[in-house]
Ligand binder design. Structure first.
Ligand SMILES: [Zn+2]
Length: 257
């Protein structure tokens, strides 16, 4: 059984000696790197491509997640660069995603197209509770300090949000904003895979703070956080994991005959 890390903006590798592999799925071809560590094969998938050449609204999310399923992955950690609309979460902070608000518009967002019956997916725990707990428990061993839990707002992009939109997202309970976590998180659930994600705050959202942010500070924060987060992810993913402490394997419900 393999485990996986999906790298978001700024995270394009896991270090170590990896082997590249092309995975052919019914929805498209996906290139991944595989790292052998602690007796496990860890699959690394750069969400935007190795060269960051696929914009958020054009990522083939279904092919990505199907490729991980075909590789027999059951546990996935992901990183995502986010803007913050919560003044408690500053650029450079890292947060654990616990829920999301979906404002995407034109993405292939499900595997359940009706061809195999009518299916609905439980979203009461979109980010695996077990993987999240393990992250929080082991963070201190890897120099990772999570600032808190966050509700992720997913926008369609590639444009950034207006000040009025950010005001609305904040009023609705959003903490951080990005363009990629939906449908990635729900597709994982449709395929019965455990999925959790850490958000790396890289900037304030439009209109939240007027203070200038030095680009080198963000770059330094991203560099430090990605190394520590990768170390933490690899530690959890090379330890004992099961699906007895979460509902991810049983989230899909079928109606009718
Ligand atoms: Zn789970």
């Amino acid at each position: 059984m393999r485990r996986a890390i999906i790298g978001g903006t700024g995270v394009y590798g896991v270090g170590g000696s990896t082997v590249s592999r092309d995975v052919s799925t019914p929805l498209g071809e996906v290139r991944v790197d595989i790292l052998t560590l602690g007796g496990y094969e860890i699959v690394f998938l750069p969400r935007h491509g190795k060269k960051h050449d696929v914009p958020p609204h054009l990522i083939n999310y279904r092919a990505n997640m199907m490729a991980l399923k075909q590789l027999e992955v059951s546990y996935i950690y992901a990183t995502c660069a986010v803007g913050s609309c919560n003044t408690e979460y500053r650029p450079g902070d890292v947060v654990i995603l616990t829920d999301f608000l979906d404002f995407t518009k034109s993405r292939a967002h499900t595997f359940h197209d009706g061809s195999d019956g009518v299916k609905h997916t439980d979203m009461s725990d979109p980010y695996c509770t077990n993987l999240r707990t393990l992250l929080a428990e082991q963070a201190g061993n890897h120099n990772v300090s999570f600032k808190g839990n966050a509700v992720y707002v997913c926008t369609e992009g590639p444009r950034f949000e207006t000040a009025a939109e950010i005001k609305m997202y904040r009023a609705l309970g959003g903490d951080v904003v990005g363009m990629t976590n939906v449908p990635e998180v729900n597709l994982a659930k449709e395929l019965g895979m455990c999925y959790a994600a850490a958000g790396i705050v890289t900037n304030w959202c439009t209109g939240v703070k007027e203070e200038a942010i030095a680009m080198h500070d963000i770059t330094a924060a991203m560099e430090k956080n990605k190394q520590d987060l990768t170390s933490l992810f690899l530690s959890v993913l090379t330890g004992p994991l099961d699906q007895n402490h979460c509902s991810c394997a049983h989230a899909v419900m079928e109606l009718g005959n």
